[in-house]
Design a protein around this ligand. Sequence first.
Ligand code: MTE
Ligand code: MO
Length: 399
Amino acid sequence: MLFANEPERHPSLRVRAARPCNAEAAPESLLPYVTPNELFFVRNHLPVPVIDADTFELAVEGPGIPDDFRVSVTDLKTKFPPTSVMVTLQCAGNRRAEMHAVKPVKGLQWESGAVSNAVWTGVRLRDLLAAAGYTLPDLSSAELPDGVAHVHFDGAEGYGASIPAEKALDPRGDVLIAYEMNGEPIPRDHGFPLRAVVPGHVAARSVKWLSRIALSDDESPSHWQQRDYKGFSPSATLETSDYSRAQSIQELPVQSAIVFPRPGDAVVPDKDGCVPVRGYAVSGGGRAIYRVDVSPDGGKSWIDADIVRAPDQPYGRHWAWTQWEARVPVAAAISASLSPSAAAGSSAASDAEPVGKITLVCKAVDSSYNSQPETFEGIYNVRGVLVGAWSRVPVQVKP
Ligand code: MTE
Ligand code: MO
């Protein structure tokens, strides 16, 4: 009965676990720059709560804020200036299946679709805290006052997380209490009626069905802040991973993935001998994507992809992903992939189509000039988070 009240879901979503619902965006759904709501990936830890927006109240707790402070959805919509921010949300485990293929990890087997991009509209967290009675710190001073180091977000169904106060209070941090997603009330799967949206941070901190905000000296005591979403060395096991010592994941590292073609696809080069390759790239902490390199030969040679990013993202506030496209010349890669004996074999069987097997690769560079590691081995971790190695897609080239 726990799952008797789940919303309907678009059939194109790729379900990785049914209850609670965990479903990634289909490859085609990653092509529109702004992901339509019904195609946006879903990652739920618990059943979707049933909430009446008319009576729902968000509690806010912290120094200077009256004990029983509550705000309704209508208050948020009518008493504050609305702010819209385009933010890409990416799960910490996006692309986990690729790491799992190298060495098994524990977690949902996400391919590259645990990421989506939307325009979120709501109230700036800063404005809400100030209206609740909290005295916003003077951000021109170098340090925040004592007593508030983290901001907790609790979901109505029991999930919780926190972010550093520096991020939460930064006027350029763009943290929102959102009530709209792409101009519509936030769909149930994505947090109806209220959701914290934390741009530039792992999606796990953008708490859905937001029912409580609390200012605190400590991180959230939630399981998902303390005992999950942390990174460990390649040698740590499920038993030896020491969650009390590891840092929570907040900003994600630079990431990119080839979305088309798909692994194993047959591709036909155009008249110039090029194959179109498309994908996305995104980095954490508002870092822009400066470049995406695409290779036809497993990483021996590279070309620069054409990149598309949202306009009007100021320096350090690149919250939305970059999409990219490259016309990749494949002829040299095919002949290199054909060993002399294989080439002889294919000419002997003269009516068989010569087929070249090549591996397309992409890697992105962000505005800190950080790039992605070549392989999964060095970033292996047993929970399969922070999975940002080069994206490799083997294809067959047909004439
Ligand atoms: N918030 C609540 N209340 N419950 C959740 O299970 N999952 C988190 C985050 N916020 C979660 C949550 C995780 S791990 C991710 S990846 C994103 O929500 C997924 O957001 P989406 O389902 O809108 O794509
Ligand atoms: Mo996630």
